[in-house]
Design a protein around this ligand. Sequence first.
Ligand code: PAF
Length: 279
Amino acid sequence: MLQVHNNNELSAQIRDWKQQGKTIAYVPTMGNLHEGHLSLLRLGDEQADKLISSIFVNPMQFGPNEDLNNYPRTLEQDCKALMEHQCDLVYLPTVQDLYPDGLKHMTSVQVMDITKRFEGEYRPGHLIGVSTIVLKLFNLVQPDIAVFGKKDYQQLQMIKKMVHDLNLNIDIIAGETVREESGIAMSSRNQYLSGMQQSIAVELQQQLRKVAEQIKKGDESFSTLTKDAINSLSHSGFEVDYFDICHQQTLKPAGIDDPLVILVAAKLGNTRLIDNIEI
Ligand code: PAF
């Protein structure tokens, strides 16, 4: 596996592979790889000749009071896992490589409408930081295919919309959420949870499943269903940002005949968890 730090070195390698007619699958990450990331790498590996990943903890997508400085960094272990998953090249840029002029006056990409609610509301600037870095990384890596997990559902749908709106010639593939045995969606931030919090965190998925079952049975009282779920979660100790039923592609309010997804974000102590279920 090639480890590339420099943008020119990356471009030269990609030019070489493109000249040989190789297709490229890309899995962008912020490192601290877990089974969720590895499943995305497997998907990418199946779909193209060359598999590229990147590790970059993107400062632009962290709010001022978020965990940028404490975000788990496990480079050596990550490179080993990438190698074991047939990754051909890992791109390891520094903040200086990607934001040489700093962040303050940086051009940004805002994907309209789909980013207004949910994470857009509760983490101002986060989704703009994600779309901007993902477009920059797409421009550098020039993949044919890019793989994103359904765990970050709004991020996935936002990137699909960005690719559509900006005519990028990239197929976005969605990977299913990988869960711990307990049912908690895998996330690098789960390690912040105490043992007690881990056992409470399980309820997030339980509530999602309960509401999904009700909807599948034909219950259309969405506002009662979501209110009850928020009450139950609050009672268990969560501070709920949102628990909402919406359209899978647009994330707008939708009816029982639409493709639906239930999105939830809630804090347990200082740890913010997100999860979702498609219906
Ligand atoms: O999902 C993530 O890990 C990040 O948001 C991404 C897509 C790598 C952009 O920094």
